[in-house]
Design a protein around this ligand. Sequence first.
Ligand code: GLA
Length: 677
Amino acid sequence: MHVDQRRSKWRTALIATVLGAGLITAPQATAQPTAQIDDGLALTPPMGFNNWNSTHCRADFNEAMVKGIADIFVDKGLKDAGYQYVNIDDCWALPERAADGNLVPHPVRFPNGIKAVADYVHGKGLKFGIYTSAGTKTCNKDGGFPGGLGHEEQDAKLFASWGIDYLKYDNCNNQGVDAKMRYTKMRDALKATGRPIVFSLCEWGQNKPWEWAKDVGHLWRTTGDIGDNWNSMVSIAKRNMVLAEYAGPGHWNDPDMLEVGNGGMTDVEYKSHFGLWAIMAAPLLIGADLRKVKPEMFEILGNKDVIAVDQDKLGVQGKAIRTEGGMYVFVKPLTNGDKAVLLFNENDSGAQISTTAEEIGLPKSFAYTVRDLWAKTTTHSAGSISAALPPHGSAMFRVSASNDWYSYPPAVTAGADAAVLYPGAMPLVTPGKPVTYTTTVSNTGRLPIFHTQAKLTVPDGWTVTPKSSPTKLILSGEKQFQTTWEVLVPATAKPGRFPVGATFTYTSPSSTTPVSTSYQTEAVVPGAAPVGVKFLSDHSWLRASNGHGPVEIDTTNGEAGARDGGTISIRGQKFTKGLGTHAPAHIEYYAGGDCTQVTATIGIQDNKVNPLSLVTYEVWGDNKKAYDSGPVTGQDAAKQLTADVTGATVVRLIITDGGNGKSYDHANWGDLKITCK
Ligand code: GLA
């Protein structure tokens, strides 16, 4: 979905025509949901597949793909793991209805029609889903195919005759008709077919469906579209996580389909994505073409322990009980009294995150068993649940109060990190300068571990010297053991990211075989800081993330690919230099302590102004805020920004969504300059 494409150009004309032709009733007529949806469907979050995230409308979205996915669901054990619905998205139809008003399947993509594909999927013991929009047209950029608004009954009947089991109902070209009314009409039309059909509201959270859609659909999107990148995934998770109280059996918050396997995130990031969706009891709709993904992706998507957390019958969406500094503790109560815990590190630096059995609400016990849902190990703990997490990493556990804890080895976490400038900062190191790393081994069990040994490994040409002992004979329960290391980065080190690793061995009381664990993090050598007065758009950033598409250099942001935005223009003032961003954005430049000031002309891009355009601009020098614009809307005149960043190692430019979601937030930084020595 490209938010700006949803503007209905012909809106006024169409409302008149559609209402005039009596195709849709006036909003006030049936604005209130009339009946409960309570039909025993989707008692756990739906699991399956949808093609959109991998193909959009490309030609490889076709019958062969759908059949291929159904085959893989069976052959690779995903069906056994719980995946059930094989769903098709936008672009399955022709742009015009047939003479009888029915939708027509695209003859090249689906030469045998939709029913044939549905039959094939059903033949595999799976279910089949389809898509249309609660508007006059769907969302596809090229104009869309006919939507369901005003055709609810006819389309629902057609879908039922094809054997559809799931309908995703989108929001584009909705002609401004009341959302509750549009979705309720389709709910009733589906119900009238007599076929059990899961009803998925894809309304992007615009009208707070969590407040009214419990009786309308089985799930509702809470956000705009997910993108296959870290920033998008995390921003969506954050919006969805605060809505936990609204979810339950038969009515789920939907933070959009999975990106696992599409290639835009690392394996560590995809595990965090999958874990976040599972702890939030989100629908698990695989969005990758399983015919092409790496084998490791099946290990993530097929992890039955993680899936069991998502699918737990109690149906409670896990809550984030702690969220400070990009370090999250999520807890989800489970049917048998266990608690599922997700420890999640949003930051670009490693982090040790801990909680306790008490904090997650388990009854008092002498010890607990802790099942690591990724490592597949079970250990015991005196009460602390903790993990040493790499950047963007997460750990997921199932924790139980236990009487037979002593049959399991003590839970041990081990990690390594250097100090960073502020929580979440990049782990920067300077060529020619020493940097101190600390390795930490924590035994959170009741029993001791023996012969603990830590080792830090650095890139070739770097040196590492332990400044305290790296070995410990006995590490008692509930104790930590730390070693400090001096790492010298050679003066000749080139800018880049370098792996820093740590390995640990120890022996558990119940075994003579040493246990080894490892931890991987990285060090970043920045490029040179700017010299004199420079356009920041001429300088490479350390890192950048953006709400839609990439941060654009010297053009505005066009939402999708690079350089698709055009000239930066704020209230008629044009800029040939600057950055084009879209909320939420975060860009960092290395300033090396040698710069004093950042200046720019800021404002929303002229041709993207919408009543929803609302952002704030911030400039930070390390962990000190140097500028805050307050709310900036599309109506505001261009503003002059001046920020004092004297002495900062890193200059950070931040765009927030202003608190109203990230739609239409094209935030420009015209003539963005930095003054340095
Ligand atoms: C919207 C939806 C997406 C997808 C596309 C199809 O953007 O939010 O999930 O269905 O439409 O055009």
